[in-house]
Design a protein around this ligand. Structure first.
Ligand code: NAP
Length: 255
């Protein structure tokens, strides 16, 4: 499934921005979108080596990728980075946005430090808010259009002990997805969320995989590439009438 990277009158090049594209799900999503024909902007916070590796993996396959580091919790850094990018690309705009950057700071809530609560909400919710708000104006401008996919979690749908901060952030992201989808539907912008279960990435590497796999009806963790396929579908024209949805991808866990 290929996406056309030119807008309908062939005047603007459409880019995809993936936050947290250096590793894990974000990397697989960057690679998938590049394979679908989109030039990809790989955002990351600090892991430049990993981000460069993602870029090389895309370029080896003939894709186009650029790095754009910024902290998704820092409104000014986002604005500066995106303004510089826009100045350097007068014939392009970011039409596809994947709000993927996220962190875990697990712990029982009665003992949770303030900073663990705030850091998780800040990264997931404020990150989504600052970046989406910054890019929506251009997406909604007449004739442009766009697609946003937010990476939520099974934790945001069902809750998970030890993850009150993470579940709150991911559930909040689902609420924001649904509201924003209604706000921008008439402007040819779709907004959807994906809710993965356990996926093999750095984020899950210190979990007790063997026992958690037994909870999953499919008896295994998912692969980042499997989530990337779903995101790719939501970004494609095949999903043009889907908006405000949350799609689970979890091997049958709690569905
Ligand atoms: P990961 O392997 O830990 O990668 C996290 C990515 O987010 C990295 O690229 C990291 O950049 C970036 N990041 C973190 N904080 C950032 C910030 N403040 N600004 C910019 N980038 C930031 O995580 P993952 O497993 O791929 O998870 C990706 C998303 O999927 C997250 O939202 C996560 O909550 C969600 N999710 C994951 C699972 C799972 O089982 N893995 C399940 C459900 C949902 P650096 O490389 O520079 O640090």
């Amino acid at each position: 499934m290929r996406i056309t990277f030119l807008d309908f009158d062939n005047r603007m090049i459409k880019y995809a921005l993936v936050t947290g594209g250096s590793r894990g799900l974000g990397r697989a999503i960057c690679i998938k979108l590049a394979k679908m024909g989109l030039p990809v902007i790989i955002n990351y916070q600090s892991n430049e080596d990993a981000a460069n590796e993602t870029k090389q993996l895309i370029e080896t396959e003939g894709g186009v990728a650029e790095l754009l580091p910024f902290n998704v919790t820092d409104k000014n850094a986002i604005d500066t980075a995106l303004s510089q990018w826009e100045e350097a690309h007068p014939d392009a705009y970011i039409a596809y946005l994947v709000n993927n950057a996220g962190i875990r700071r697990d712990g029982m809530m009665f003992m949770m430090p303030d900073e663990d609560w705030h850091a998780v909400l800040d990264t997931t919710l404020n990150g989504f808010f600052y970046i989406s708000r910054r890019l929506l104006g251009t997406m909604m401008r007449k004739r442009h259009g766009g697609k946003i996919v937010n990476i939520s979690s099974l934790s945001g749908l069902h809750g998970m002990a030890g993850q009150a901060n993470y579940s709150a952030a991911k559930a909040g992201l689902i609420g924001a997805t649904k509201s924003l989808a209604l706000e921008v539907a008439s402007r040819n912008v779709t907004v959807n969320a994906v809710a993965p279960g356990f996926i093999d990435t750095d984020m899950t590497k210190e979990l007790d995989k063997e026992s958690l796999e037994q909870m999953v009806p499919m008896k295994r963790f998912g692969k980042p590439e499997e989530v990337a396929e779903l995101v790719g579908f939501l970004m494609s024209d095949a999903a043009s009438y889907i908006t405000g949805e949350v799609i689970s991808i979890n091997g049958g866990l709690f569905t």
